[in-house]
Ligand binder design. Structure first.
Ligand code: CMP
Length: 141
């Protein structure tokens, strides 16, 4: 069993797509182990995406991620990290496979509706960014 950090991003949250997106993960057998609604500041969004700080899109990404509420959650399942990334589709919705979340819901490469950890190392950093150990463990049954 593996855990991964997913964020339903402001573009999707504000269009009331949270339930539809969660259904895609649940239908694939993923279990929700923690979830909450948060409003990031540009600074906290910048910390979360620090790995991208030299990229030209970083300032715009931080502004977008703090433009409305988002919905971080921890999903657990077999090969959760790679499964979730398959279900999300490619970063750019124009390149995302049909039937993936980004192909169906994303507005652009930046406003792409969902984030998912890209490796076990990223998941190990990203889960505690939003959730204390106890918050994840309490629902883990
Ligand atoms: P995510 O999977 O959360 O990881 C980094 C985010 O940066 C990505 O989704 C997009 O929201 C955004 N992003 C990545 N590449 C670009 C790009 N070329 N232009 C604008 N935003 C991007």
């Amino acid at each position: 069993m593996e855990r991964t950090l997913v964020i339903i991003k402001p573009d999707a949250f504000l269009r009331n797509l949270t339930g539809k997106i969660l259904a895609r993960f649940e239908e694939a057998g993923m279990r929700i182990r923690a979830a909450r609604v948060v409003r990031l500041t540009p600074e906290t969004a910048g910390l979360f995406y620090e790995v991208h700080k030299e990229r030209p899109f970083y300032a715009s990404l931080c502004a977008y991620m703090s433009s409305g509420p988002c919905f971080p959650l921890v999903l657990e399942g077999e090969n959760a990290i790679s499964r979730v990334r398959e279900i999300m589709g490619a970063t750019d919705p124009a390149e995302a496979a049909p039937g993936t979340i980004r192909a169906d819901f994303a507005e652009s490469k930046e406003r792409n509706s969902v984030h998912g950890s890209d490796s076990p190392e990223s998941a190990a950093k990203e889960i505690p960014f939003f959730f204390a150990d106890l918050e994840v463990a309490v629902t883990a049954r």
